[in-house]
Design a protein around this ligand. Structure first.
Ligand SMILES: Cc1ncc(COP(=O)(O)O)c(C=O)c1O
Length: 513
């Protein structure tokens, strides 16, 4: 049931007079008419062989996305979701929790008692956990703002939570600790190496705790290669890259962006040209956090060539937290791969793939890692990663997800996201709201809704006067319809946001991309 608060609001459509109105593209019209998009056939030849033989069911304008993630015939029972439809298209979303349930999650209820007297005044753990599960179910059903695929089924792995699986040390070098999942980790690394076209024996990588750790590792390798290098990255880069620069005390040039969020190539060229006496370390965004903008790798490589920066004077790290796992599955998308002179790529595991714990994968050229490895007697392995103890469960979960979905399953999910994002964009345009969707993205940027309760309910990520929805496999058309309906009610009651300043994100959203 929809909350009574939103039900009580009347429905009125704001007329579309804004000059910042975005016109739907031919591709969007095609998508909304329900014509399937073709899959890219030339991607990751080796892994793709299997896909050709798989039963690929392209997503159409169908309301329900139950077919898009898992091939049910392969993934076993959908049992947990039969009772709990967190990600599905069900209508029962986000009823407010019963106050008695909410009370069991307050700090004074969840505090850890230090005496029997204190214990007598707190609820039983089972009651607290039952309340917490209800909260998670509610929150999962109306989650639109962050790039997390909430749709997964890992029931088959539940038993493995009974083990302390730790992949400490290097994934490729056995340690003395036997309760590990390194064989699964290496298999995950091999998969990504094929996807991003690395030559056999030329790569190294590991399963990280997150996209952030992958960035910290990639930038650390860059600093080890070029201690006197300058890091160049766009102003719209994720904060983890700037954090890496701070942690490693690197000089960092934050380059302005174009309105759609890509790095400003002319300013980048100009800035590099003024510092040619120092090596170049570049972070290339394969999908920025807020606008999902993909920096044009080929154009950046052309700039380096035009400036005569030799290959042994630059390092390129690609931050592909969400989109590095989507890009290879999009028809005629530019290729981001190790066939080009890049050095490392980081991706999050819990974003596009979906995983109950944050995780990620980082891959780099093997020769760079050799520079920083140190043998550790205590481990009987080498220290090459950022963390010491490493989550062996995450490697197993990623492996399972990749094995179950296969190339065809990931393609289905990516097509669903891209088509459904265009559906959302078109719905917002129809209502006269300001919004944008980059060509290579499933992140729809829109004007910030004025009602904080609405923003909280849908867990929208906001930046000044804009907000965004990241369309993931668990976001369905029926949920979008509900979202747009409530957004219009919110707009009617609270009005529309005013641009915060002449150069604000909303002003840029309205300019021509
Ligand atoms: C572009 C980009 N890079 C890095 C990250 C960090 O990823 P994680 O949250 O997995 O640490 C994010 C997270 O949203 C991101 O959008």
């Amino acid at each position: 049931m929809i909350s009574s608060r939103f039900l009580s609001l009347g429905r009125k459509i704001v007329s579309g007079s804004s000059s910042r109105f975005a016109a739907p593209s031919a591709a969007a019209s095609q998508a909304t008419r329900g014509m399937p998009l073709r899959f890219k056939s030339s991607t990751a030849e080796e892994v793709a062989v299997a896909a050709e033989e798989e039963d690929v069911v392209p997503q159409t304008s169908n309301d329900n996305n139950t077919a898009s993630t898992f091939s049910r015939s392969k993934s076993g029972t959908p049992s947990p979701w039969a009772a709990f439809d967190a990600w599905g298209a069900g209508d029962d979303i986000s009823e407010p929790l019963d106050p008695a349930v909410e009370a069991k999650l307050e700090p004074k209820a969840v505090m850890i008692p230090l005496s029997e007297d204190e214990r007598a005044n707190v609820p039983d753990e089972a009651d607290i956990l039952a309340s917490y599960e209800q909260l998670l179910q509610k929150k999962s059903s109306v989650h639109f703002g962050y790039p997390y695929n909430l749709k997964f089924d890992f029931t088959e792995l539940q038993n493995f939570m009974n083990y302390s699986i730790n992949n400490l040390g290097d994934p490729f070098v056995p340690s003395n600790y036997g309760v590990h999942s390194r064989q699964f980790e290496c298999s995950v690394i091999d998969f990504f190496a094929k996807l991003w076209k690395m030559e056999k024996d030329s790569y190294w990588g590991y399963v990280t705790t997150s996209g952030t750790e992958g960035n910290l590792h990639g930038i650390l390798l860059a600093r080890e290669c070029f201690p006197d290098g300058i890091l160049y990255t766009s102003q719209e880069t994720h904060y983890s890259v700037f954090k890496a620069a701070r942690m490693y005390r690197m000089d960092c040039q934050s380059i302005p962006t174009l309105p759609m969020g890509e790095i400003d190539y002319d300013i980048l060229a100009d800035t590099i040209s003024k510092n040619l006496d120092r090596p170049v370390i570049l972070n290339v965004n394969i999908g920025t956090t807020v606008k999902g903008a993909v920096d044009n790798l080929d154009r950046i490589l052309r700039i380096l060539k035009q400036l005569d920066v030799p290959r042994d004077r630059y390092y390129i790290h690609c931050d592909g937290a969400l989109f590095a796992l989507m890009m290879p599955f999009i028809d005629f998308a530019p290729e981001v791969s190790f066939r080009k002179p890049i050095d490392s790529i980081a991706v999050s595991g819990h974003k596009m793939l979906g995983c109950p714990m944050p995780c990620g994968v980082t891959l780099s050229r093997k020769e760079h890692v050799k520079r920083m490895e140190k043998h550790i007697d205590y481990l009987n392995s080498v220290d090459t990663t950022i963390m010491g103890s490493r989550n062996g469960q995450a490697a197993l979960y990623l492996w399972y997800s990749l094995r179950k979905k296969g190339i065809a399953g990931i393609k289905r999910d990516v097509v669903h996201c891209m088509e459904t994002a265009r559906y959302l964009r078109d719905q917002l345009i129809e209502k006269g709201l300001t919004c944008r969707l980059n060509d290579l993205s499933s992140t729809v940027v829109l004007e910030r809704p004025m009602d904080v309760a609405f923003v909280k309910r849908w867990q929208l990520a906001c930046e000044e006067d804009i907000a965004h929805v990241v369309v993931m496999p668990n976001v369905t058309r029926s949920k979008i319809d509900r979202f747009v309906e409530e957004l219009m009610e919110c707009t009617e009651q609270h009005g529309r946001v005013k641009v915060a300043r002449p150069d604000s994100p909303l002003t840029k959203l309205g300019s021509t991309w």
